[in-house]
Design a protein around this ligand. Structure first.
Ligand code: PLP
Length: 388
């Protein structure tokens, strides 16, 4: 399958206004996503929020099937929540760590995850350990295997970090986790919608993702995949009347499946938009999407490398659509502002988002661009010219 660029750009209203390279922040939604959200908000205003949700019932059920089809799991292994952080937290805080338990993570771990590690470590006495990276910059799988012992209670790593093109070897990590019988939580926030994700091929037990980044869904949407076998082992840190039923004065029962990780009140319009976005990506094909993203990211890195003083900062053996750089003598903020004046959207990733990796590499800030399949070769050329 190949992507019909003219059709895709015509289907993306924002393409007429901006060169959008902040897809790792929030992508431009395609028109069907926008329409679905607005239509539902309008219906809520016309007939009432609960009544509108009733009408959308079947479509809301299909959302789980769509997410499951994309990730190669079962619909009842999906929880829909507000964002990737809440999804990840619901999984992580469900573990019952004891003093001396080990949690293994990667160097490019996301700040919110690491803050949770620190909090839980302080509360429980569990120890957080970082698996070193190999010479390419990706998590060193052999070192991970060598670190396994019976005190390792969780492997929690980020697939694609927020601060660059690195793609950690998720499936190889999964093979180590499986062999050791250790639960494996994958933060797939930046890979969801960017590349194919198959939880069986990866071998993860839990996976968190967001709707608004490469998936092109609405803001305020996210999901958690929970392998069925984990349901008996993990109790959600919060339970409400949606996650459980109050069946007697002194007793509740959790609902079946991963929905026990959800909570009651949610943005129904955004959920419907997320379902539309997932189907849109699935119809284009994640292989085709990732192929085009990598092609454009390669063009961008080549163009940047030719500019005097620019250093492309992406690491890892496999590099995805997030492209980062610094330029000697220019502050990232100044570069961002200059590009913004030309209606080119880029972002800045600071050390506070991925502290271990940035400090290791002596970086305070990098300019960050996430290219998407709807970007054109002309746009990439314009961006390189503007930075030059
Ligand atoms: C953006 C991001 C998150 C957080 O996602 P939210 O939807 O904002 O909660 C988590 N992990 C990584 C790697 C991210 O880039």
């Amino acid at each position: 399958m190949t992507i019909d660029l003219a059709r895709i750009r015509a289907d993306t209203p924002g393409c007429a206004n901006v060169v959008h390279l902040n897809n790792c922040g929030a992508a431009l939604p395609p028109r069907p996503v926008l329409d679905r959200v607005i239509d539902h908000l309008r219906l809520e205003s016309e007939i009432g929020g609960y009544e509108a949700a009733d009408r959308a019932h079947d479509e809301l059920v299909r959302l789980y099937a769509s997410a499951a089809r994309l990730l190669n799991c079962k619909p009842d292994e999906i929880a829909i929540v507000e964002n990737a952080t809440r999804a990840w937290d619901m999984a992580f805080y469900a573990f019952n760590f004891k003093p001396g338990d080990r949690i293994l993570t990667a160097e490019a771990e996301y700040a919110s995850n690491y803050i949770a590690f620190l909090q839980v470590s302080r509360r429980t006495g569990a120890i957080v350990e970082t698996v070193p990276s190999d010479a390419s910059g990706q998590l060193d799988v052999a070192r991970l295997a060598a670190m396994i012992d019976n005190r390792v209670k969780l492997i929690a790593v980020t697939h694609v970090p927020t601060n660059g093109g690195l793609v950690n070897p998720a499936a190889a990590i999964g093979r180590v986790a499986r062999a050791a019988g250790v639960p494996y939580l994958l933060d797939a926030c930046q890979s969801f919608g960017q590349m194919p994700l198959d939880v069986e091929a990866i071998g993860c037990d839990l996976l968190s993702a967001t709707g608004r980044k490469f998936m092109r869904g609405p803001r305020g949407t996210g999901l958690l995949y929970v392998r069925r076998a984990m349901l008996d082992r993990l109790e959600p840190p919060f339970l409400d009347l949606h996650a459980a039923r109050w069946v007697a004065r002194d007793r509740y029962e959790m609902v079946p499946g991963a929905r026990r990780f959800e909570n009651w009140e949610s943005n129904i319009a955004a959920k419907l938009g997320l379902g539309t976005a997932i189907d849109y990506a699935f119809d284009l094909g994640l292989d085709a999407i990732y192929g085009r993203i990598r092609m454009l990211a390669g063009m961008l890195r080549t163009g940047l490398a030719a500019i005097p003083g620019v250093v492309v900062r992406d690491i890892g053996r496999e590099q995805c659509g997030i492209v980062t750089f610094t330029r000697e003598g220019f502050m990232p903020e100044a570069i961002k502002a200059t590009l913004a004046a030309q209606r080119i959207n880029v972002s800045i990733s600071t050390a506070a988002s991925t502290r271990l990796d940035m400090e290791r590499r002596g970086l305070a800030r990098v300019v960050r661009m996430g290219v998407h399949y709807y970007n054109s070769g002309d746009e990439i050329a314009r961006v390189c010219a503007a930075i030059g």
